[in-house]
Design a protein around this ligand. Structure first.
Ligand code: GDP
Length: 597
């Protein structure tokens, strides 16, 4: 498979993860996984393979691998980013001590993640004693029963996946927030997949128990169905009823977290090699680049030289989450550090280096590697490019990543697509799963020239942006035969670009207001999806469509807003339409040019 027919020499260590191997071989992890599978080895991206296995893969990719003899840690070794697990495994077992658990909060939108994080923070007496000054540094600690717990307070899956994608691990335990009046929703399932993939235990916070329509038993049933069987039903999952709003059940939740922590090895060597994860980072006026580090091993001190991704520097000052200056930070402590030369990406691993010179050299090499890699990876692929590469004899397959809302729809889609073949081109499904289309999917598609197919699921704005910048095509469907028809057409090269209307949401008109410079506005409640200011709308009265046009104004509590989500009230004014009556429905949609995949 070598491009020039010659085997290129490469040195590989005793063991290497699939991800690292793919980087060394300048190919995608998927190619490595496929080659491994071809040799009867099933491995995932973070798994380690031994030298012999890696050498076989390397040979198939045109490399002649030699075993790298590890001398004393050379700069070159240090410049590779090992995974945090490998780093921990280098510590002597006797030196390892328990450390506070680090907790990440995941869950469906509006189920109460932010409210819970605020409520837990307020339980911290120590925190409020210093005058209640709470600094947002992306993580904080609370004390419960004289034990510390660290919380990452940027809720959401993006941060979590960013860490995993870089081989770091932000959280030891995931608190999955599920609203007792809403139950298991798509992002709940996505959160479960993330936690399971990272092998992080889950504690369920059954939130909004104060709501009259809370249905805890029903939700527990749903949780059991997705593999989280509550402990009271003889399962392994602690499900703690709480109300983040009324601040009830929080002690029980913290108790449950500590219980789970005790059942898992949450350990580090406080005197060992210093490393951890970047939680967030920003440029601050007067202070320069500030980054929040979560120390995972060793003790970070002011004056230490650190490397985080492509940033490095000597730590000039450190602050804890209360904004107080501190000199050192032990494992599981979040600290805001000053002194880096640039802003590292959230989720990046950091570690200390021997000297500023050594740190600079590491960063230089990393920058070089990234530049080389960017030069060889082509990014995503459209169907036109696919056909061009087929004609050039380069591609024989349409690679797909499939995301569907539920297992019940995923299975028939996969089984109807996997055997499709038109002339020489077949379908290769790289990844099929339930859940939202995520940034991880886009990264996978980008590194492996795949196209993402969503069934009853959509990418969020951040994912869409990433797809655009990576040149990855995403197509979404809600009817299976349309999907298979399109793939069939795609394989035949018949697919035309099309314009498709995508419904974003609906709002009911509750009242009509008179005076406004731009005409009349309707007081509405969004009953489905969301209404976006820059999208198109139509007005429906019963079956009849009265008007199609644009939003002139979208307001919440007199303030202009860009979008209003389901369940919320808002004022909507339209360009060129004033004749609302109560009971009308305003439907919001976008028209998207669906690219040829
Ligand atoms: P997030 O999107 O998951 O971060 O959710 P938020 O924390 O922003 O909460 C969404 C909405 O639910 C807000 O209006 C909160 O006030 C409300 N909420 C959160 N927790 C509770 C709760 O325990 N009870 C009730 N009744 N409302 C809650």
């Amino acid at each position: 498979m070598s491009k020039n027919g010659e085997l290129k020499k490469i040195e590989l260590p005793h063991s290497i993860t699939v991800r690292e191997l793919s980087e060394r071989l300048q190919t995608s992890p998927i190619e490595v996984i496929k080659t491994l599978m071809g040799n009867g080895v099933m491995a995932n991206i973070n798994q380690e393979v031994d030298f012999d296995t890696a050498a076989i893969v390397a040979a198939e990719m045109g490399f002649d691998a030699a075993l790298k003899v590890l001398e004393d840690k050379s700069l070159e070794d240090q410049s590779e980013i090992p995974l945090w697990r490998q780093w921990i495994s280098k510590e002597k077992p006797n030196d390892l001590q328990k450390r506070p658990p680090v907790v990440g909060i995941l869950g469906h939108v509006d189920h109460g993640k932010t409210t819970l994080l605020d409520a837990i923070r307020q339980t911290d007496v120590a925190g409020s004693e210093v005058g209640g000054i709470t600094q947002h540094i992306g993580a904080y600690q609370v004390e419960h029963n004289h034990r510390l717990i660290s919380f990452i307070d940027t809720p959401g899956h993006a941060a979590f996946t960013a860490m995993r994608a870089r081989g770091a691990q932000g959280a030891d335990i995931v608190v999955l927030v599920v609203a007792a009046d809403d139950g298991v929703m798509p992002q709940t399932r996505e959160a479960i997949s993330h936690a399971k993939a990272a092998r992080v235990p889950i504690v369920v916070a059954l939130n909004k128990m104060d709501r009259p329509n809370a249905a805890p038993d029903q939700v527990k049933q749903q949780l059991a169905e997705v593999g989280l069987v509550p402990d009271e039903w003889d399962g392994d999952t602690l499900v703690v009823p709480i109300s983040a709003k009324e601040k009830t059940g929080l002690d029980d939740l913290l108790e449950a977290i500590l219980l789970v922590a005790d059942n898992n090895e949450i350990i580090a060597n406080p005197n060992g090699r210093v490393f951890g994860t970047v939680i967030e980072a920003s440029q601050e006026r007067g202070r320069g680049a500030m980054a929040t580090f979560l120390v995972q091993n060793g003790t970070l001190k002011v004056g230490d030289v650190v490397v985080a991704g492509q940033a490095c520097g000597k730590i000039k000052a450190m602050f804890d989450y209360k904004g107080e200056k501190i000199d050192q930070a032990s494992p599981s402590t979040p600290v805001s550090v000053m002194g880096l030369d640039e802003i590292p990406a959230a989720g990046e691993l950091f570690r200390t280096a021997k000297s500023t010179k050594a740190a600079r050299e590491i960063v230089e090499r990393r920058k070089q590697l990234v530049a080389e890699r960017e030069a060889v990876t082509s990014g995503g692929m459209t169907l036109e490019q696919l056909f061009a590469s087929v004609q050039a004899g380069e591609a024989q397959e349409l690679r797909l990543i499939i995301k569907a809302d539920v297992q019940g729809s995923l299975e028939p889609i996969v089984s109807s697509l996997k055997d499709m073949k038109v002339e020489e081109i077949g379908v290769n499904i790289l990844h099929a799963d339930t859940g939202n289309i995520s940034e991880n999917d886009v990264m996978l598609a980008s590194t492996s020239d795949a196209i993402i197919i969503g069934f009853n699921t959509q990418p969020d704005a951040a994912t869409r942006r990433l797809a655009e910048s990576e040149g990855v095509s995403i197509r979404t469907y809600n009817i299976i035969y349309r999907l298979t028809e399109d793939i069939d057409k795609a394989l035949r090269g018949l697919l035309e670009p099309e314009m498709r209307e995508i419904t974003l949401g609906r709002a009911n008109v509750l009242a009509v207001f008179g005076a406004s410079k731009i005409g009349r506005a309707a007081g509405c409640r969004v009953v489905e999806g969301e209404i976006r200011r820059n999208a198109r709308v139509r007005v429906l009265r019963g079956e009849e469509s009265l008007f199609k046009g644009e939003v002139a104004s979208l307001k919440r509590h007199q303030e202009d807003v860009r979008e209003v989500r389901e369940g919320f009230e808002c004022g909507i004014g339209l360009k060129g339409f004033n004749d609302f009556v109560e009971g009308d429905v305003i439907e919001c949609f976008t028209i998207e040019k669906v690219e040829v995949i």
